[in-house]
Design a protein around this ligand. Sequence first.
Ligand code: A2P
Length: 253
Amino acid sequence: MNNAQAREAVAKGLALGYRLIDTAALYGNETGVGEAIAASPVPRDEIFITTKLRGAQHGYDETLAGFEESRNRLGVDYIDLYLIHWPLPGRGRYLDTWRAFIELRERSLVRSIGVSNFTPAQIDHLVTETGRWPVVNQIELHPDFSQAKLRAWHTEHRIVTQAWSPLGAGTDILHHPKILDMAAAHRRSPAQIVLRWHLQLGNVPIPKSADPGRMAQNLNVFTFALSDEDMAALSALDRGNRLGADPDHHIEL
Ligand code: A2P
């Protein structure tokens, strides 16, 4: 979403009852998000703002500068959750970046610090060098790529799993016959079935929608439950189908 679309979607989302807003410097829409938050009657302390440091700003000083730019664009005093967007192992600077994140946390400019698209080995490296764990790892996760091993590792280390592209980012997973059958049986939409699967697994899904009807639908997932059989059937859909980049590979962002 561009700034104008983000402003409109965040305004609608907050009015519908959404409280977690996920953005990133890379998305180029922090200004729009900030404008909607400033204009909303919802108090700032009831809103949970996540943003992410872009790859081009890895490094200690670059991170502090990148954070200040994000904070100014969002027009807020503090960020609730700040994430390293990608580890970019080829650049080899995510440890310096993490040290700057710890500094931002200590200065209370950020309430929580975490990572996105990190592997256990990369997280281990952060912890070994600094003693500080990320509270969140935001990763690609949907029924076609359910990340069972990484989720178990997060649980073991008390890291919250946030799921990006939780609905499969517009691919055909929402049309899978199993999901359509379950949706019919529960009188819910396929997206609601998939979001319920995430919640019952303990994930924090962050579905993206610009459509007010679908935004309302995606929020209405707290008054029904999937059975153990449903959960197992959904988890069996995994074909290891990664849609985005592999965090172990170097990508330019
Ligand atoms: P739209 O913005 O037009 O609603 P993900 O969050 O997995 O990346 O998926 C986002 C995609 O899924 C977007 O293309 C979005 O389109 C679409 N989407 C979001 N909510 C729903 C829904 N409830 N049913 C069908 N498609 C949805």
